[in-house]
Write a protein that binds this ligand. Structure first.
Ligand SMILES: [Zn+2]
Ligand SMILES: [Zn+2]
Length: 160
């Protein structure tokens, strides 16, 4: 396993080098052992913060381990690397797609209140995942436009 970076930023997928500065979300549940969440910059964390809708969270600064230390850690947890060499890489990349698979992206109570108020209709529970999918699709289209511009931030104009 010869890898010259430590991990990838889960937002922009840029490589975070060994012994380099990186950031973690101050919400501890965001960083899971099986799906670590690390960011190359505060602005990447900020994207995460708005996606996760954190009300009061911060980005904590850390320094990634040296390559030697990291390699040793890998040796100590051989299951991930040796048994299924692909899986740890997949885990990291799937962090964002896990997030984008079936997570509810709308504020259900607000949506229901709005539909009731505006159209005098109740909202069935199965509307929520469908609407979340709509949002995901729109975001996906929009992020392609942001990528085309070489931007790291999704902007309102990407949705037009
Ligand atoms: Zn990044
Ligand atoms: Zn977070």
């Amino acid at each position: 396993m010869d890898q010259n970076f430590w991990r990838k930023c889960i937002v922009c997928k840029n490589e975070i080098a060994f012994r380099a500065k990186y950031y973690k979300c101050s919400v501890s549940s965001c960083d899971k052992k099986r799906a670590p969440a690390q960011f190359c910059s505060v602005s990447c964390w900020d994207v995460h913060r708005s996606v996760m809708n954190h009300k009061s969270a911060g980005a904590d600064e850390y320094t990634s381990p040296s390559k030697e230390k990291w390699a040793q850690e890998q040796m100590n947890s051989p299951k991930v690397r040796v048994v299924r060499p692909q899986s740890s890489q997949e885990k990291i990349t799937s962090t964002s797609s896990d997030m984008s698979s079936d997570e509810v992206l709308v504020v259900v109570s607000k949506l229901k209140a709005f539909v009731k108020e505006a159209f005098d209709l109740n909202t069935s529970a199965d509307v929520i995942p469908v609407l979340s999918d709509v949002l995901r699709n729109e975001c996906q289209k929009a992020s392609q436009s942001a990528h085309r511009d070489g931007r790291k931030t999704l902007m309102a104009r990407d949705f037009r």
